[in-house]
Design a protein around this ligand. Structure first.
Ligand code: MLT
Length: 260
């Protein structure tokens, strides 16, 4: 692990290989990519990052914006001298990946998992506000306990092997980080027009039972993104890299090998 601008950054494999940067979702950290780092480090230079406020990265004052997260990603990519990495982001990680791609363009391909380009409509903004109220009134632990089961497919909601590690890590996240990320997501820009202009390889992956960004929504994004690929992962909700790592990894390996 190394620290770059207060961010914890983890690298696997050797720098001579094609770099692939993974960006986690809310309210998780780099450990959500464990199955992917194990699989890919033989063939790729794999980088995972704890987003500011999460995992072992600095919390700071919790006043985050999506712009700051995208700039953080750029700082890491520059500090590691990565030339046109593949960027893989899940959910909030996808929001960051898309804004980074739009702003900096230093990437060779995108893998967008369980995410979307649209900014928050009013009901989603109100939902973020309700989340912040719960964190303030009932504490972050209750908020996380209510939130995490919603991210999983029905059959995984009671699977302790999946649920317990997610709960343990997410319950370590300070309240200010949770609230800061909720506000950053509520205030993010819309990257849909950018997606329509992308002319690099893009793969959209969605868990079959994703309640946050359902397959129909992600399929539409794929339809507006020239030459992109759209894949659905069975037995998974919002977190296919964790819920069905075997299928998710097959897709990753297939997509990445097609880039060479
Ligand atoms: C995530 O998984 O990163 C979040 O659920 C995304 C969101 O709340 O919009």
């Amino acid at each position: 692990m190394r620290t770059i601008n207060g961010l914890s950054v983890y690298t696997y494999g050797t720098e001579d290989k094609q770099p692939v940067v993974f960006i986690h979702g809310f309210p998780f950290d780099n450990t959500m990519w464990k199955n992917q780092t194990e699989k890919l480090q033989e063939t790729h230079y794999v980088i995972t990052i704890d987003i500011r406020g999460f995992g072992k990265s600095e919390t700071g004052d919790g006043q985050y914006t999506m712009e700051m997260f995208a700039d953080d990603l750029n700082d890491v990519i520059i500090a590691l001298s990565l030339n046109k990495p593949v960027i893989c982001g899940l959910s909030m990680g996808g929001y960051i990946a898309l804004r980074y791609a739009e702003k900096y363009d230093n990437y060779s391909a995108l893998i967008l998992a369980d995410t979307k380009s649209q900014s928050d409509p009013d009901p989603a903004k109100l939902n973020r506000a309700a989340g912040i109220k719960t964190i303030n009134e009932d504490g972050p632990s209750l908020y996380v306990s209510n939130f995490i089961p919603n991210t999983l497919a029905k059959k995984n909601k009671t699977n302790e092997d999946i649920l317990t590690p997610l709960m343990i890590e997410a319950k370590k996240v300070p309240a200010v980080s949770l609230k800061g990320a909720l506000l950053a997501m509520a205030g993010r820009t819309d990257t849909t027009e950018y997606l329509k202009t992308v002319n690099k390889p893009v793969m959209f992956i969605c868990g079959e039972e994703d309640a946050f960004t359902p397959p129909d929504l992600m399929k539409e994004l794929s339809e507006i993104t020239k030459g992109s690929r759209f894949e659905v992962v069975k037995d998974a909700g919002h977190l296919p890299p964790i819920e069905n790592p075997a299928n998710f990894n097959l897709l990753l390996v297939d997509f990445l090998s097609g880039l060479e």
